[in-house]
Design a protein around this ligand. Structure first.
Ligand SMILES: NC(=O)c1ccc[n+]([C@@H]2O[C@H](COP(=O)([O-])OP(=O)(O)OC[C@H]3O[C@@H](n4cnc5c(N)ncnc54)[C@H](O)[C@@H]3O)[C@@H](O)[C@H]2O)c1
Ligand SMILES: N[C@H](C(=O)O)[C@H](O)COP(=O)(O)O
Length: 324
């Protein structure tokens, strides 16, 4: 079974990367989108169902058609195409839930363009949770060769993130992350470093009391469940090479605390993974890159890593579940 790659924003670098990924032939996939976006770039065969895909992948890219409302112009996103972009994600998710594709790999979307099209979710992560009927169970991880990070709060303003943080949320995210590290990444006893929120992790309350009030208690609760969590640790030294040897993943308190170190270290090979869902979902770590769309400048490394990781996570999950 193949994974499904979604179209993403047709004015971004998604279509160019799909072409480059198919040419690389390192991890086969079927694509859900408007075939006009790929015309002349790769041999395409339109299929009616994923079952028809397996026989084709060596010779042509199998495509499930999801037509755009208007022709796409690279670098000029058009909210009128939002419905097709959303339909591509919905269809890939439904196929994954039905066991007809091995998982989904999403191409980048523009959150504000989709918002103009009436999309009520801040990103894929929250939309997928709704489609899987698992709201609140979705957890974002960014994984790369050198680091795995899990933000406890995600697509909210920094001010709002502070309001959302509490012991229960940290414990829930830590529990889901630890389980996914065991089940999907094959790490038998994952070590979970927990970042502090404040400078020097609060310096014993001198620079903030969130560590004392709820981060330390959350670490204790996770440990009581048998999870090897430790912290809160000062965030500024948590991502050094030496520190990274001491954990399998970091639980971070907000989006940029997690994503800045990962994208700085490993932008080209970073992969966004949604944990906590019944399906496998990965994505490249970059966005739509409208500034370079249509110029043949997009680097496919992160998408290739996302396709390979979707395959590996699926295989590991099947092995884990079979052994239970
Ligand atoms: N998975 C997703 O759907 C996803 C992920 C991240 C950002 N986004 C969205 O993408 C939009 C643009 O975000 P942004 O500008 O902050 O980040 P971006 O990743 O799109 O671009 C940042 C910079 O990196 C460059 N870049 C990105 N990917 C590249 C690649 N594969 N090869 C070469 N250069 C590349 C871009 O040209 C740009 O200069 C936003 O709407 C954001 O929300 C979506
Ligand atoms: N926070 C992600 C990143 O910056 O890489 C990105 O916005 C993607 O989010 P979704 O997977 O929820 O679309």
């Amino acid at each position: 079974m193949l994974p499904a790659l979604t179209m993403g924003d047709p004015a971004g670098i998604g279509p160019e990367l799909a072409v480059k990924a198919w040419r690389a032939r390192s991890a086969p996939f079927l694509w859900i989108g408007d075939p006009a976006l790929l015309a002349g770039e790769v041999p395409v065969v339109e299929i009616g169902s994923p079952e028809e895909a397996a026989a084709l992948t060596g010779t042509a890219l199998p495509v499930l058609r999801e037509p755009l409302a208007v022709a796409a112009t690279p670098g000029r996103p058009d909210p009128r195409n939002g419905a097709a972009v959303i339909a591509s994600i919905r269809r890939a998710t439904e196929l994954a839930l039905a066991g007809k594709v091995a998982g989904l790999v999403t191409s980048p979307i523009s959150k504000h363009v989709l918002r103009q099209a009436g999309f009520p979710y801040p990103g894929h992560t929250e939309f997928l949770a709704a489609l899987c009927d698992a709201p609140g169970e979705e957890v974002m991880m960014l994984a790369s060769p050198r680091l795995r990070v899990v933000p406890v709060t995600v697509h909210v303003s920094l001010r709002h993130a502070l309001d959302l943080l509490d012991e229960a949320r940290i414990v829930t995210v830590g529990r889901i992350a630890a389980r996914a590290l065991r089940r999907d990444f094959g790490i038998a006893a994952p070590r979970l470093a927990v970042a502090g929120l404040n400078p020097h992790a609060g310096e014993e309350g001198l620079m903030g009391d969130e560590e004392r009030r709820f981060i330390r208690p959350a670490v204790a609760s996770l440990r009581a469940e048998g999870i090897d969590a430790f912290g809160p640790l000062p965030p500024d030294t948590l991502f050094t090479e030496a520190a990274r040897r001491g954990y399998d993943s970091v639980l971070c308190m907000y989006h940029d605390q997690a994503l800045i170190p990962l994208k700085t270290l490993d932008m080209a090979e970073g992969v966004n993974v949604t944990l906590g869902l019944p399906i496998i979902r990965t994505s490249p770590d970059h966005g739509t890159a409208f500034d370079i769309a249509g110029q043949d400048r997009a680097d496919p490394s992160s998408l290739l890593a996302a396709l390979a990781l979707a395959r590996d996570l699926g295989e590991q999950r099947r092995r884990f579940d079979a052994a239970q």
